[in-house]
Design a protein. Structure first.
Length: 393
């Protein structure tokens, strides 16, 4: 996957930057020290609180690797800030990019739904992924974005057009992650259809009759296209050279199917049974930061904290609240009594899951993607964010 992650380097580099008197969050430990950054890469790590001439004094603040976000719906919120409102995409992408940078995220896999339901009825979805991805790549090529962006295609098998939409992407696109999704009512995320009813009626303004029709239509789509779309998604992810992830696994049997597809990343398993089965199959478990912060799932599924306490949680995603990512990592540090371990769930672990070997930890030769933050009554406060040694927030 190495070529997938090559990025433009045609920008003005900081010749040398020294960040001193920091509480460095390293692999497995925290300690006071300093970093020397040369041409966007960590060139030296030293111990102690000394502040050399020309260095920036961080005053004991934490210095962590930049956060790595694998699954966020945040871009969709920017391009459609209200139902039916199509905001100018370039402006939306730039605003999304700046928001993520401000929260400490320096690498993001932008989730884009593939698989539309073009019907004009409420609950339908318009095709948008190919156009939005092209616009994202164009802005990246012009160095108009602060942080690293890769594509995450959310492949919805319960749709009409998934295979067609996936075929529009090529090996040259930055497709790093493909999620195999099935939101058919009555299983996985929405085993409790009342939770789906509450969500859809609130978001789409459906009447009782419209919701009943919506559920029936989704079940019909799954029966007609589901198996075909699953097979197409597995094949297309392999063609892209992308990591294939499962989504909302609920039972050990579903996890076994995921393992058979070669999946090594599970997004938001809905039960402890599924999470345990994932670990048995060597599949990393990712849960949502909002679930952890709120104390439970908005869909009524397993709590992220329960999985953390059972040693079944590996990676955290901000899901729909970018600022929750750092907050969740700090909370996990409190739960486990190990801040470095909590931070690893949003840095080293996601990097490992998608094959990013040049970032995710503070180590010699790694990209200088960094986050400086303090703590105020347990709440993290981002103070500076660096991408390749350049301050971006």
């Amino acid at each position: 996957m190495g070529l997938l992650y090559l990025e433009r380097c045609e920008f003005q580099m900081t010749q040398e930057l020294i960040l001193a008197n920091a509480t460095l969050i390293l692999a497995g430990e925290t300690r006071t020290g300093a970093l020397r950054i040369v041409d966007g890469v960590i060139a030296d790590i030293s111990e102690g609180a000394a502040v050399p001439a020309g260095a920036q004094d961080l005053g004991g603040d934490f210095l962590a690797p930049g956060l790595i976000e694998l699954h966020t719906d945040n871009l969709e919120r920017h391009i459609e800030p209200r139902p039916g409102v199509d905001w100018p995409h370039a402006a939306a992408i730039i605003a999304h990019d700046a928001e993520l940078a401000s929260t400490g995220i320096t690498t993001v896999f932008d989730a884009m739904r593939c698989g539309s339901i073009p019907s004009g009825k409420k609950g339908g979805y318009k095709k948008y992924a190919r156009q939005l991805a092209s616009e994202m790549l164009e802005l990246r090529g012009k160095d108009m974005l602060k942080i690293s962006h890769f594509l995450h295609l959310r492949a919805e098998v319960c749709s009409e057009t998934l295979a067609e939409e996936l075929s529009e992407f090529t090996e040259q696109d930055r497709v790093g992650l493909v999620s195999l999704m099935d939101h058919t009512p009555g299983q996985r995320q929405f085993r409790d259809i009342s939770k789906l009813e509450q969500y859809v009626k609130s978001k789409r303004g459906m009447s009782d009759a419209e919701f009943i029709d919506h559920v029936a239509r989704l079940k019909d789509l799954r029966a007609q296209y589901g198996d075909l779309h699953e097979a197409a998604t597995v094949a297309e992810a392999a063609r892209f050279g992308a990591v294939l992830a499962s989504h909302d696994d609920t039972t050990a049997a579903q996890v076994a199917v995921s393992a058979g597809y070669g999946i090594r990343l599970a997004e938001f398993p809905t039960t402890a049974e599924a999470a345990r089965a994932c670990h048995d199959h060597g599949i990393a478990v990712m849960m949502g930061a909002p679930n952890l912060i709120r104390g439970g799932s908005h869909s009524g599924n397993v709590a992220a904290q329960e999985l953390a306490e059972l040693e079944l949680l590996d990676i955290v995603s901000s899901d729909y609240i970018p600022a929750a990512l750092l907050q969740a990592a700090v909370k996990l540090g409190e739960i486990w009594g190990d801040l470095a371990r909590g931070i690893a769930t949003v840095t080293a672990a996601p990097a490992r899951a998608v094959g990013l070997t040049d970032r995710g930890e503070i180590a010699l030769g790694k990209r200088a993607d960094l986050l400086r933050f303090g703590l105020g009554e347990g709440t993290p406060m981002p103070r500076a964010v660096y991408s390749r040694g350049q301050r971006v927030a």
